[in-house]
Design a protein around this ligand. Sequence first.
Ligand code: FAD
Ligand code: SIN
Length: 517
Amino acid sequence: MNFEIDFLVLGSGVAGLSFALKVADYGKVCILTKADAAESSTKYAQGGIAAVMYSPDSYEKHIKDTLIAGAGICDEKAVRITITEGPKRIEELILWGTNFDRKSSGVFDLAKEGGHSEYRILHHQDNTGFEIERALLERAKNHPNITIKEHQYAVDLITQHHLGENVTRHRGDIECYGAYVLNEKDNSIDTYLARFTLIATGGNGNVYSTTTNPIVATGDGQAMVHRAKGKLANMEFVQFHPTSLYNPTEKPSFLISEAMRGAGGVLKTIDGKTFMEKYDERKSLAPRDIVARAIDHEMKINGEDHVYLDCRTIDKSEIMNHFPNIYAKCLEIGVNITKDMIPVVPAAHYSCGGILVDENGKTTINNLYASGECSSTGLHGANRLASNSLLEALVYSNRAAVDCLKKKDSVKINKNIPPWNAEGMVLNEEMVLISQSVKELQQIMSNYVGIVRSELRLNRAFDRLNLIYKETEELYNRSVLIPQLCELRNLIANSYLIIKMAKQRKESVGLHYLAKY
Ligand code: FAD
Ligand code: SIN
């Protein structure tokens, strides 16, 4: 089937929903999402959202902290934009119905996380993302101009390539006309034509075996833009969160929020000794790259599978009020965090790079915007400062909306688009061909392209990935499409981009750490 709309939004997390709410008064919006609408990284965000609210905090302090964490690779303009426009976007979020915790005096109860010099994290207990997703989704569902369609898998962007035209990225003349979308309800491929398309498909944590990301985070947007010949940047900067709950049978890994270290939690080895003082004067509250590497090193020299986070000194009422979900989750596996130390291990958590966008969220492809974790605005540089990502998504979705509305009357829907060609495709009956390749890819990436890398490891990863790539392309070219096959293809594209950019960066910086062997 063919659908025509003004604004096509791929993804229903904070980036997609907030963009939709900003443009919906000016045209028809269709949000497509590949699972249930609420399923997203947004829903699992715990710690909160960083913004300058009161003195003694200031924009300059937040900017400085972000630049320090980014290790010299941040785009300072993007940092200034995000931080100075942040508070306005927070106001809007509250107007849209989001609740943040307040003290009895009425002021916001601000938390602190690694790398922040001030208390500036707005939160809703320890499930801030759930609260934001709830409020935005409710608002979007009630808007007459917004349609949300669940279980619709965006396969590819439509560009001149589908019209057989010869365009190149270098001339800047690639245009996006919408997307081909797999309707999971009947396995058909629909054509969505739009004036503007926003990619808000989130991160790619599932490139790794251990991740805090939900299963929907397979880097689909990044891969679609790569295939459409758009530019991506900084993909090598993959952030591992230092503290996911060590519970090997559970996928995705449950996060133990950094806010627990902000509240006084201390990292310890398996025999109960502190170790962070050996690595950084900020100890357990050093930026994430430093803490994750320190944990990785301690685990390797001690031959252990995890370290501990000791939260026993945190006031019990603080635990119950601020961290009720973490308390309950740990109790489920027999850990009473008021009495026992929490076993923790680093896990892939956030992609700092992604689809290259300008200050208005516009990609290198015309009429195509990207916002949220799939994008690379330049804010995070070589390492994201905790709780800056929800803020970035809100700021850039707003900017993208403003830019689209300015151009709206000059951009027309292209109706001359051929339907998806599925001629001669057969149903793949062996799921193992896909599931085994996903496992192999995740192992390659975790072992060779994880927290510590080396030239040798990167070369090995590249060669092994190439084999999986060839087998998968062959399968893709003869198979009726299913989401699992598309996701495998997208995970391969993301892995390729991570390795390629990691190989190009010859020095250790931020999250890209090269061992000398
Ligand atoms: P998401 O919220 O991930 O949404 C992506 C959407 O795209 C989903 O709806 C998905 O189904 C859909 N989608 C994907 N592919 C397709 C496709 N092919 N077709 C159609 N739909 C598709 N950041 C903070 O700032 N503060 C925090 O406290 C914080 N805590 C976190 C805790 C956890 C456990 C995790 C995993 C992340 C956390 N982050 C935090 C990071 C932050 O949550 C994410 O970066 C942010 O929510 C990303 O929002 P998004 O809208 O870009 O993507
Ligand atoms: C956390 O709560 O530790 C996650 C914060 C983030 O990833 O920004």
